[in-house]
Design a protein around this ligand. Sequence first.
Ligand code: PMP
Length: 442
Amino acid sequence: MNEIATDVDWSTDSIIDKRDKYYAASQRAFVPYQKPLILKKGKMQYCWDEKGNKLTDLLGMNLCISVGHAHPAVVEAVTEQVKNLTHCTTMFHHPVPAHLAEELAATMPAGHEWVVHFTNSGAEAIDLAMMMSRAYTGNHDIIALRNSYHGATYGAQAVTGVHGFRHNVAQLSNITFAAEPNQYRGIFGEGTDPYLDEIDRTIAYTTSGALAAMLIEPVQGYGGIIPMPAGYMKGAAEKVRAAGGLMIIDEVQSGFGKTGDSMWCFDSHDVVPDIMIIAKGLGNGIPIGAVVVKKEIAESMAGKFIFHTYGANPVACAAARAVLRVIREDDMINNAKTVGAKLHEGLLQLKDRYDIIGDVRGRGFMQAVELVKDRDTKEPAPDHTAYVFERTREHGLILSKSGTFKNVLRMVPPLCLQMEDVQPVLDAYDRSFADLEKANLG
Ligand code: PMP
């Protein structure tokens, strides 16, 4: 047998060597930076690489870090639970997941009984929501939006539309897509009504007419921060329900106060989901997802035992309880609103100075800068985006490139990003765009 290192080797060569040799190709496929970014430590909104360089984590580790890296309240809750009982299978009982279910139900709109099924990830929760919608309605057709992202399992991938995350090795039948109401480059231009008409057409032309569900992200995340316009989700819910279907709202990215308005983004859209999906920020980095669903819908699965081995893990649930408490006690949603507004204002000022910026959009801590070669034609500028993206890292930021054309810089920082972080972030952007002008990519 080969010798296996007992200590961790932090050298880039060793990490890349092992990765190339032992990671499956599917795991190696998604590495955005040219030079590997090796992270060693995180504290609240900051990370440090293995050489000690400090970076502001505007990605929140892909939105998993909701209240801050190594937030003391989460660390304490997790440590305490790990020491006492690291896992309790759902064949038996434990109070921590039971409390968390009650607390999550209490965040939902009054007038309904809400129940929770814990999973390990968002995609598993999406799969289960699809099953529930089919079981409850007796229908099979599901509509998703183009440019959507719902996860990497077989079912979740089949309702995913955004380019690069949808693979023909994982597709299901009875799933069709409606055009997303992208207000910047959507196929029907600006406004809500043309996109609601599109839902009618999608039901009429691509389904049996009897729906199981429609899935919507209130803000498409991997799709490049595309917020649903006012009235769209409410109108969509009316149409879907009239066709016998349920409204599945995917709050994996937009939830936990990320947009600075309320705990769940659907609250600002005057709509109540039948099923809500959450994950990522729920555990502040500890894997956990959940389906939060109206009780009568969940009852349609009675007797169908869906067993996620690690589901309702008490350590993950303890982390999640701490997250919910910290968001409330530290007034973090309001922080996302005010700090996010300042960041947005600064990004708009950069747009005035750099023609390459075609659009600045977002609310709270879901912000995006879309780069185009020409503001009139809106031709995407993926190479310029890749260049700026690399430079922002050199200037101390972690963010991501998103969207079907990979021309959107996406910022989704932890809820603890502070007002004093805003100017350094804007300066880093400014320097990166100035570098781009000097590089003269054409
Ligand atoms: N829905 C949305 C909106 C997401 O962004 C993601 C993950 N990026 C998922 C679902 C799937 O979650 P997970 O990766 O935990 O399976």
